[in-house]
Design a protein around this ligand. Sequence first.
Ligand code: PLP
Length: 427
Amino acid sequence: MQPFESRMTHVAAQFGTPLYVYDADELTRRFEHLKQLFGQHFGVSYAVKANPNVELLRRMLPHVATFDVSSYKEVERALRAGCPAERITFSGPAKRDAEIRGAVAQGVGELVLESLAEARRADYWAGELGVRQSVLIRINPSTGPRHFGVSFSGRASQFGIDDEVLEEAVDTVLGLRHLNLIGFHIYSGTNSLNPTAIAENFAIFIELFRRAAKHGDIRPEKLVFGSGFGLTYGGGDAPLDIAAVAELALPLIDDLKSDPRFAHSHCVLEMGRWLIGPAGWLLTGVVGEKHTRGVDMRLCDAGFNNHLAACGMMGTIIRRNWHMMNVSNPDAVPHKYTLVGPLCTTIDVLATDIMLPEVRVGDVIAVENSGAYGLTASPTRFISHPEPAEIVLAGNEVIDATESALNHWTDVDRTGRLRMAETSLQG
Ligand SMILES: Cc1ncc(COP(=O)(O)O)c(C=O)c1O
């Protein structure tokens, strides 16, 4: 058996299944690869939503400029990982007043404004706390490249301020006394495998950044480029060639920086899945077998309660089998199986007609690319199965990084209904 497979079966035996396994060394390699290609032009912002495990955040900290969070709970996670508050940016729609207040009180670097109403609320709470809060305007572009992947440009969206009203937005935010507009942010698409489309998207961002900065007559300190770097999840797609992205996109940044208005702008590449996805696996144990109407089924202890995305339920139009391995029996003759989870619904399917080396009861199946949008993007409480443990492999070390104990309520959650008085908005 190969070292990878034996390591996986070993940790599965030690911690039980289902189990999430993250490889810290692979994570470091991915950061280094990114730095080598983009490091002269960009800092990195890691989107905590992709995987908020605090042990992983701690390990990412030396490699990132910022953590982008999308809830107050994620602010807490970033802080717990040792991230200084000023290296946290807070994006996301439907921020509650208590979250805005809590984040400003913690001293987060920037709030990423998703609407003008949110800008006014942020201004109110910064005023209440007696601070001037740095902010970025998130822009929702009216156009996007063709063949990008998942793009939300040009649509009605809860994310960002429509570029049709960009000038008005800049004027409004500049007029809010307790906010300090230091730059702009765009994240308008995700999971692209197309270098040309990613570079075209950056060209669109740059046009909008120029327009906004010129209108406000500001020299942005910071510009966030939502990367959209994607991963292949099964099927025959070629992986994203990030060297090709660098070749196409970096001249655009050089050109932008040659404009004195942007000469000192710090450009940030924001991403989640590309960094951590391939450094994680879900290990699921086979608890039973069933032959039903010509189908050879294997009943696994993890289903969409533990991995919604692998079961095709996170924005996928046509469900594909993700890459999986039978780590217990890798050299056996392959057969065709349907892998189902433990939930009482026919949609709980991990793989249909997948070819795997003979799968026996007791074997462990590893689901690749599971480091991002795995455990915390899944409805783990459905049908009350126990939550998977999480471990981090680093060199020869095995670290138990299981986190359910962190899911307690804090004061910010308890005061989630905090509201500012309607009248204060009108002043
Ligand atoms: C603001 C923002 N930044 C970053 C990301 C990360 O996306 P991905 O994990 O696809 O790189 C998202 C995804 O929803 C996002 O909304």
